[in-house]
Design a protein around this ligand. Sequence first.
Ligand SMILES: *Cc1c(COP(=O)(O)O)cnc(C)c1O
Length: 472
Amino acid sequence: MDIRESLKKLPSVERVLEDERIRARTGRLSRRGVIRLVRDRIDALREEVRSGAAEPPAEADEALGRIVGETVAEIDSIGGGRLRTVINATGVVLHTNLGRARLGRRAVEAISTAAARCTDLEIDLADGRRASRHRRVARLLRLLTGAGDALVVNNNAAAVLLAVDTLARSGAVAVSRGELVEIGGSFRLPEILGSAAGRVMEVGTTNRTHLGDYEKAIDDGATLLLKVHTSNYRVVGYTSEVPLGDLTALGARRGVPVMYDQGSGILFPLEEEGIEGEESIVPIIERGVDLLSCSADKVLGGPQAGLLLGRGDLIERMRANHLSRALRVDKLTLAGLEQALVHYWRGEFDELPSLGMILLPADGLRRRCEALAAELRSSAGAGARIDVEAGESSIGGGSFPSNPLPTALVKVTLQAGGPERLAQSLRRADPAVLVRVKGDAIYIDLRTVTEEEQPFLLERLAEGIGSHRGRK
Ligand SMILES: *Cc1c(COP(=O)(O)O)cnc(C)c1O
């Protein structure tokens, strides 16, 4: 049939709205919103027919049925009013797409109180005067890190933006070519620097940068020396970078501030637990860096925020920058962050779930895997082969790329096509389950699954493996 003829078979918006299946659902829904959904579906089908991407409808009834079906699916997908819960069986602890760090019970309570009640966010109840919303977290950060002062903004990207805008807007920032990177999905350093600095001076080459390169940049007008922890990649081979200590000494001698974008925000001495490869914040500050920035929702284990730690006068200048108002954190973030920092202050490390997951030893994980494997073998029957093997988890969030954590994995081996199908049905479950797929198997890493989540995981897996068998 001629395409113009079949386009005439598309229903009008009114015709779709009269359909019983739509009317049964729309009761008190926003009429404007439903009309918009219907119109978008009709427009999309028209485009798809025109471009040949969709089969032209042969009859008006068929076209109506398709539009109604798609509209109903859209309406139903909006209903929940919440993000879908995901059981993270990937072993990536700080999974950016899954929201990075998990907060502990007390941080969640603090956030929910701040959300539902009025609080002394910006008032000093002792004298009734206006107070800074940052006062509590800034004090904790000073005490925990030894920094002169601290400022909290929306995320680490905002922290870098604010620092560079404050210290290099009417000057220049010098950064090593080897550190001009994209980190953690869409944090593109060159673009952020380009938008905030008067000038960006790229020093050195991709693989080698020397102290003299920074010195020359200062001669040419650099007002900020920025060093970036290239979290998610490493240049190997013939390389050299300037140690932070040498850079801070140069900055101090020439009166130019040195900033280090550390990234992952490590406040816990992980190297003492045998997890090496990234330095924690405190020794970096002790070595005299003028400013350090990091995320609060990576290894630190708080809500999404960016921390700026360093010299009091520099923090004060950033606070006075009008941009800091635009990058200001909300009360929920501050409530959650304060509680996470209080856990560090009190040494309550077991109240920080993501940190706990990073620290889980492989032998305990292997025991949990053996138990899960045994349960799966008995409940899922002979549809799949189930083994436990050694593997690696990763901290994620762009941290510790070359320092995987030893772990144990439950391996479910299936027939061709089975792993993808099973992974898909697990993703569509509620709560959804995310696993690793490789070759002819799916892999489950219990490092990132809590004890409370494990029964759901078992149920979904048993169901998924069972129905996979039924289909073949
Ligand atoms: C993750 C990371 C960023 C981006 O931080 P966000 O909090 O996601 O904005 C910037 N720099 C480094 C070194 C990082 O590791």
